[in-house]
Design a protein around this ligand. Structure first.
Ligand SMILES: Nc1ncnc2c1ncn2[C@@H]1O[C@H](COP(=O)(O)OP(=O)(O)O)[C@@H](O)[C@H]1O
Ligand SMILES: [Mg+2]
Length: 196
């Protein structure tokens, strides 16, 4: 992505990421959930965040729908808007990680290319969590009733129905919410973080 403005110079600051991380006694990291609607991203992430918080960690959860209420309220679900949605979230997450926060995002983020762009931006600070669950199970759960609407043709470009979902090729973590319990899914992520 190029820069439109001219005559801008990066301003150096006196407090570094390392300083903030020392103060917080933790490392900033981005835990990026990806998966179909209803796969369990928000459910797993919400419990993960609570566990980390109870462990004394400073966290921030950026949830798909919430971001679309504010920062990205001007964006829809066309291909271009989805790309811009993820680009802004990646930049925002980068600032959070730089502030030392354990940042958690829950966006369908269906395209490999977009998630690779996030990884490109965050480098080793990016942990991809694939919330793996067959679409039949997601559709049966349908916690927001949106599959029903999508089947009726009331929602266009719905991931898994008339818009593709590209599963991660090499995610750091995979949780299978149709097989493992919520607690098991969360533990798997905590174990990985402790190892790291
Ligand atoms: N092991 C599990 N992990 C996470 N969610 C589960 C699990 N088993 C069943 N569910 C249910 O699946 C649904 C997932 O919805 P949600 O977390 O909103 O999905 P998403 O954020 O991916 O759209 C919830 O109703 C949740 O209770
Ligand atoms: Mg969600």
């Amino acid at each position: 992505m190029g820069i439109k403005a001219t005559n801008i110079v990066w301003q150096q600051t006196n407090v570094s990421r390392q300083d903030r991380e020392k103060l917080l006694r933790q490392k900033g990291i981005l835990i990026w959930f990806t998966g179909l609607s209803g796969s369990g991203k928000s459910t797993v992430a919400t419990m993960l965040e609570k566990k980390l918080h109870d462990m004394g960690k400073l966290t921030y959860l950026l949830d798909g729908d919430n971001v679309r209420h504010g920062l990205n309220s001007d964006l829809g679900f066309s291909i271009e808007d989805r790309i811009e949605n993820i680009r802004r979230i990646a930049e925002l997450s980068k600032l959070f990680v730089d502030s030392g926060v354990i940042t958690i995002t829950t966006f369908i983020s269906p395209f490999i290319k977009d998630r690779e762009a996030v990884k490109e931006l965050l480098k080793d600070d990016f942990i991809e969590v694939y919330v793996d669950c067959p679409i039949e199970v997601c559709e049966k759960r349908d916690p927001k009733g949106i599959y029903k609407k999508a089947r009726k043709g009331e929602i266009k470009n719905f991931t898994g129905i008339d818009s593709p979902y590209e599963p991660p090729v090499n995610p750091e973590i995979t949780v299978k919410t149709h097989i493992d319990s919520l607690e098991e899914c969360v533990s798997k992520i905590i174990d990985y973080l402790e190892l790291k």
